[in-house]
Each structure stands twice: as C-alpha cells, then as structure tokens.
Design a protein around this ligand. Structure first.
Ligand SMILES: *Cc1c(COP(=O)(O)O)cnc(C)c1O
Length: 367
C-alpha cells in the first residue's frame, strides 16, 4: 500500500468547484492586492481562531520581518530563537541588522527550553522568537516570565501551529506578536504564498498595517519605513474557502497522531511528548530513532514516504557560520536533527494507510 508523505492534490480536487468559483470572482473583480477577499479572510480567521485582529501578508516570513522592524531590533541587538526550526524563524533578525542567538530545545517537544533561553540572555538581548514547532505549543508560562523579567519583545512563530492551544488559549497572543504562514504545505495552505500577523496591542497592529503598505497611512505619504508585505486577493479568496474545513482537518490530524502514539511500539523509538498544557495541531508527526536512516530505508521499501525535518540545525547552516557556533554548541538540537524522521500526517490519509505506517514501523528490524 502506497502512503505518500504528503499529497496536496486530494484536498484541492475535493474543493475544486468551490475554490475555482471563488478565484474566478476575485479575477473578475480584479481584486488582486489586499481588498475585500483579504479583509473577509482576516475577519473570518480572527473570529474562527480567537484572535482580536489579523493582517494578511504575503508569506510566513513577512510577518516575522515586520515584527522585527516594529520591535525596533537593530545592529548590536541580540534576539534569541531555537536552533531546531525552519530557517525563516530567524531571518527577520538578520533583515533588521540584529544578531540571532540560539538557545537549545528541550528533548520532549523539540521546543525552546526556557532554562536555555534564560542562560542565553545578555545585556544586549532585546527579544525572543518562540516557535511552536510541528504544531506543539512551547512552554509559554515559563518563557513569558523570563521575557517580562528581562523586558524582551516576544514574537511567536505560529507558522506550524494554526489552531493550536496553550492552556486552552490560542497560540500567538501570549507574546507581543503572533505570525502565521499559509504556504501550501501548512495546515491551512493557500494557492501560492501567504501569511498573517496578529497582536493584542492596537498600536502594534496599526504600525504593522502601515509597514505592510510601504510605511504609509495615505497613498504616497510615508511616515515610517515600510515595505510590500500585502496578501494578494487570490490567497484571501482561497483561504476563505478553506477556513471552514480547518477544524475538521485539524481533528483528523489529531486522530491520526493519537493512532501513531498508541500504536507505535518499536523498541528505541522516542515519540513526541504531549504535555498537558498544549494542544498540538500536528503539522508534523516526528519521532526519533538511533537508526533513523535504516528505519527510513525500511519505510521506503514499504512504500511509505517520510521526510527529514530538519536535517541540519540553524547554527550549523553555512549562512550562520559567522556566528561562530559549531558541533556540540546545542546538543539537544543536534541530536534531534541526527535522529528524527517525520511520518505522513495529513487529513486525507485513510485509516488503512495509517495502520500500514504503524505496522511497518513496528516491523522494522534494527540492523
Ligand atoms: C513555513 C514556516 C515559516 C515561513 O513561512 P513562508 O510562508 O514559507 O515564508 C516560518 N517559520 C516556520 C517555523 C515555518 O514552518
């Protein structure tokens, strides 16, 4: 039985009529940049997921960049983030001329370890970018206590955590800014690039709104330095079509994860921990095994797609060589990168496929 790691065609085929009708309406109305579709999506997303207000942007990297701009980070400032994430979590820090500083993750959840965060703080530290990796909320109580003590600006990268809850409340509102991505492979994916920005504070939202359109409030008057971070109309239109399905898709991901957690019994496997404070939306289901490469080969033979997310931690990427970190700097992240493997988890997987994955993992004979 074939089990692809991810198959986006199933969801888009099912929504084809609805999606093309919405996209056609946007096309016919030439609502190409921001406009009604994006405004409707912002409103619907906010209401559905429990955010006060949301701004649509043109990628998941964009709101991180905007957040670093309005936080006022700059040359000489340090901003802490985790070394085990998608690289975009850190890019915004570089874009404003500040310096990324990494703090190791905890073993159980792959998320930032609050103690390591506190140890990484120096007099130059101005902020922290917390990632809710794989859909699993980070330890926000501990992280926010540290952030308040050191007066840090907190950005929550929720790119993989749309709909995730920490102690019953949506991620993205514990810190100063929450950011989302609608890249097609994310839990809520557009038909192209997309992202969103949220905040509780009106002044922050207003500033982000201005930065999004070239730092302007009125056309051709630019009070602050901005950029082009606008969401396009087609994304708003498609995301509006998809949003009503998100809760069911998330429930399906959680049900598949529950099957994996209960059914995978292979010796040596470390399953992702599910602490009681967090309700994961399982963007990925990532386990660890000391013979990861052999396990992957075995699963390939069983026609099961897997992926390495992530094979190289940020501090060992070539682009960050100037930061002067090396092997051994962040042992937990390095160990995760060396032993992790992600299994198929997307809403359209059939029960029989899920059972085939479980049986195949359990049948692995360690070399
Ligand atoms: C996908 C992702 C982003 C950035 O999203 P893009 O839409 O690709 O720019 C940022 N952070 C994390 C953790 C992501 O997974």
């Amino acid at each position: 039985m074939k089990v692809p790691f991810l198959d986006l065609s199933l969801q888009h085929r099912a929504l084809r009529t609805e999606a093309l009708a919405a996209l056609t309406a946007t096309y016919d109305a030439t609502r190409f940049c921001l406009g009604k579709d994006v405004e409707d999506f912002e409103q619907n997303f906010a209401v559905t997921l429990g955010y006060p207000r949301v701004l649509g942007m043109n990628s998941g990297t964009a709101p991180l960049h905007v957040a670093c701009m309005l936080a006022g980070f700059g040359p000489g400032d340090e901003v802490v983030t985790a070394p085990f994430t998608f690289i975009s979590s850190a890019w915004g820090i570089n874009y404003v001329g500040a310096t990324p500083v990494f703090a190791d993750i905890e073993e159980g959840t792959f998320n930032l370890d609050p103690q390591k965060l506190e140890a990484a703080i120096t007099p130059r530290t101005k902020g922290v970018i917390v990632v809710h990796l794989f859909g699993q909320p980070a330890r926000m109580d501990e992280i926010m206590a540290i952030a308040r003590k050191h007066k840090l600006f907190v950005i929550e990268d929720c790119a993989q955590a749309v709909g995730a809850k920490y102690r019953g409340a949506p991620v993205g509102l514990f810190g100063d800014v929450g950011t989302f991505s609608f890249y097609p492979t994310k839990n809520l994916g557009g038909c192209g690039e997309g992202g969103a920005f949220t905040a509780k504070d009106e002044a922050i939202l207003t500033k982000a709104r201005h930065i999004r359109v070239h730092g302007s409030d009125r056309r051709y008057y630019h009070d602050i330095v901005g950029g082009n971070f606008r969401m396009d109309g087609f994304q708003g239109a498609l995301l509006n079509v998809k949003l009503p399905y998100l809760a069911a898709w998330t429930a399906r991901r959680q049900a598949i994860a529950a099957r994996y957690l209960a059914g995978i019994k292979l010796g040596g496997v470390r399953l992702p921990e599910q602490p009681a404070f967090g309700q994961s939306v399982f963007h990925q289901f990532t386990l660890r095994h000391p013979k990861r490469d052999a396990l992957r080969e075995h699963l390939t033979k069983c026609e099961i797609g897997t992926d390495l997310i992530y094979p190289v931690p940020l501090h060992l990427q070539k682009c960050y060589a100037p930061l002067g970190r090396s092997h051994g700097s962040f042992p937990v992240a390095e160990q995760a990168a060396a032993t992790c493997v992600s299994l198929p988890i997307f809403p359209e997987l059939a029960d029989a496929q899920v059972e085939h994955v479980i049986a195949s993992v359990n049948a692995f004979l360690s070399p």
